[in-house]
Design a protein around this ligand. Structure first.
Ligand code: 0L1
Ligand code: MG
Length: 243
């Protein structure tokens, strides 16, 4: 069953075709959903992609309320999801993509996982479910809607990382404003949660991995031609152009 559910999600992504929710009919709980997620990622790795990090999801109160839960979730990042800073995103390969401004951490083993650097970032989420509508096990199985990400310039973590202003701009217009405080009160908590939760499921966290901490504002839908930029106080910017 795990394998069949992973195939359905994998095909949905590969063909950019939304599918109905699947967790309830399969009796999937969150633990089983992480097994599906792992099987889904194995399909990407078998096609030659490489693991480059982790992402945290539902790290803001607003997003938790949207899905009706009070726990954070996590997913895998691969090199195939990476978009160069200032690079292009091909929307024809995606279903109904949205972008959200985030903070990224660079992980170092010291010998335990610690934060080596921080950067402004953007995540592109693209739920494989019809209507961007899912239960908690659905979205976990779907690798927490992960689709793409951009990381801006790295720098040492500044003082006050728990309350930096964040803007999301589309075509030079500010469409969302927020604060890093929206990310679990302090994005460092998201890093700690990534280490604890993914490590607890046997994921080997590697030196140089990226950890996306979660969104500082709501996500916005993307259209071809959109130039999207995240601006994070003290950290700088990260951007891409949707084609
Ligand atoms: O990165 C995220 O917070 C996304 C988690 C899944 C919920 C969504 O797709 O909006
Ligand atoms: Mg996100």
């Amino acid at each position: 069953m795990i394998s069949e559910l992973a195939d359905r999600l994998d095909q949905a992504a590969l063909t950019a075709t939304a599918i109905p929710r699947l967790a309830a009919a399969a009796g999937l709980d969150p633990a089983g959903a992480y097994d599906v997620q792992r099987a889904l990622i194995e399909r990407r790795l078998a096609r030659g992609e490489r693991l480059v990090g982790l992402k945290m999801g539902l790290t803001s109160r607003a997003k938790m309320a949207q899905v009706g839960v009070d726990e954070v979730i996590w997913g895998h990042l691969t090199d195939g999801m990476r978009i160069d800073d200032g690079g292009a995103l091909d929307l024809t390969r995606l279903i109904h993509a949205r972008a959200e401004p985030e903070v990224a951490f660079l992980l170092s083993h010291d010998p335990e996982p610690v934060i080596r650097a921080v950067a402004p970032a953007l995540e592109v989420i693209d739920s494989r479910f019809e209507g961007f509508d899912f239960s908690l096990p659905d979205v976990i199985a779907d690798n927490t809607s992960a689709s793409g990400f951009v990381v801006g310039p790295w720098r040492p973590a500044p003082e006050g990382l728990d309350n930096l202003g964040v803007l999301l701009e589309v075509n030079g217009r500010v469409v969302q404003t927020g604060s890093t405080a929206a990310i679990l009160g302090d994005p460092r908590r998201a890093f700690d949660a990534a280490v604890r939760l993914a490590g607890g499921r046997g994921v080997e966290l590697r030196d140089g991995w990226i950890v996306l901490a979660g969104a500082a504002t709501a996500a916005v839908p993307l259209s071809p031609g959109d130039h999207v930029r995240a601006v994070v106080e003290k950290l700088g910017t990260a951007s891409f152009k949707a084609a």
